[in-house]
Design a protein. Structure first.
Length: 357
């Protein structure tokens, strides 16, 4: 009883606080689930860490998109909250095992889309500092590897400063905080794209791509744009799918470095990934970069919460203060140079560039 009440409170709060004003459908569905003892018992069939509303609602959405929960799909398409609430409960009770299986199998992916806006100038800066004419990208904790197309998207900063490919079908924008513009330099040619993840998503796999769509909420105010941008990102990624290496980054990184041609600078990127690593793993990750730099220069660009990326300065900011630090580390000739080149907010929707030229 106690556990069910707690779960009920979690769902009610999610509906009334997190979804309210953003997604009327998820508000209505989450509150309805919180009020249904049967639904809560079905959710309790999932392991505790997989019972959160974002996971269960994404799993239900996935089944709707897969054509396995037609009433729920129709209710979402019609933006009919009452019908969606009824259909969500019905689906959860009828297909408890399937909902739980999706929830257990998958990790939700947040959809803030400023990552490339953060990565582009920092990667270009890394290449400039090393004097590299070609780079190989290695994204660690890559999920679907969308960061690996950073050179193939168009980014607009502040009032219009462009970077990237202006003709790209994938377009991002990021507000600039402060008065320092991001460096205008283009990044050199990308000659290798390698994604590393415990469980990478393959954009050319229908189930994996559907899961990315399922993680979007069905009726957020800017859902049409978000949905269209995700489709454009998936289509762009599918034209040159990255090499995906599945496994623990600490184990897999040597193989990833080996995939970058000798005349290219390997640039490792991490965006909001290292908090999932134990402290010991973060240090071993750093050690792997150091080892790879015995034979060649190596760069690491990070966008991580304050104090999460080892060796990257925190600028005196408090941990968990809601923003992230953009780090740039260059390993070469037994020297490690690390710098915080910026701060960012909302996964890169706003950024402050700090580094001098
Ligand atoms: C919070 S997600 C971040 C994903 C993506 N970089 C982003 O910006 O949204 C963390 C990712 O790191 C992966 N991950 C966690 N521990 C890992 C490890 N030891 N080695 C490789 N990947 C790991 C997870 O599978 C997950 O896809």
């Amino acid at each position: 009883m106690g556990r069910a009440r707690t779960l009920a409170q979690v769902y009610r709060r999610f509906g009334e606080v997190d979804a309210a004003g953003t997604s009327p459908l998820y508000e209505r569905v989450a509150v309805a689930l919180s009020e249904s003892g049967e639904a809560l018992r079905a959710i309790e069939a999932a392991p505790a860490r997989k019972r959160h509303p974002t996971v269960i609602l994404a799993a239900l959405h996935d089944l709707a998109l897969a054509g396995r929960a037609p009433a729920l799909a129709a209710a979402y398409a019609a933006a009919d909250g009452d019908a969606a609430a009824g259909a969500a409960i019905e689906t959860l009770l009828r297909m408890t095992d399937s909902v739980v299986a999706v929830a257990v199998r998958r990790r939700t992916r947040p959809d803030e889309t400023g990552r490339c806006a953060v990565l582009y100038p920092a990667i270009a800066e890394a290449a400039r500092r090393v004097g590299a004419n070609a780079i190989g990208l290695i994204d660690v904790g890559c999920s679907a590897g969308l960061n690996l197309n950073v050179d193939r998207v168009a980014v607009t900063y502040g009032r219009g400063q462009p970077l990237g490919d202006p003709s790209s079908p994938v377009r991002f924008s990021s507000s600039i905080v402060g008065d320092r513009p991001v460096p205008a330099g283009a990044m050199p040619e990308v000659v290798a794209r390698v994604g590393v993840d415990l469980d990478p998503l393959d954009v050319t796999d229908a189930d994996d791509a559907r899961w990315l769509r399922a993680c979007l909420w069905p009726d957020q105010p800017d859902q049409p744009e978000r949905g269209a941008r995700l489709e454009a990102e998936l289509a762009l990624a599918a034209t040159a799918p990255p090499l995906l290496l599945a496994g623990d980054a600490v184990e897999v990184l040597p193989d990833a470095f080996a995939r970058v041609p000798a005349d290219a600078l390997p640039v490792v990127t991490t965006t909001w990934a290292l908090s999932r690593f134990s402290l010991e793993s973060r240090l071993r990750f750093l050690q792997r970069l150091d080892e790879a730099a015995l034979g060649r220069a190596v760069a690491w660009v990070s966008a991580e919460g304050v104090g999460v990326a080892p060796a990257i300065p925190t600028l005196g900011d408090r941990r968990a203060s809601g923003h992230s630090i953009i780090g740039l580390a260059v390993f070469g000739q037994s020297v490690l140079r690390t710098e915080a080149v910026g701060r960012c907010w909302s996964r890169g929707r706003m950024l402050a560039w700090l580094a001098g030229s």
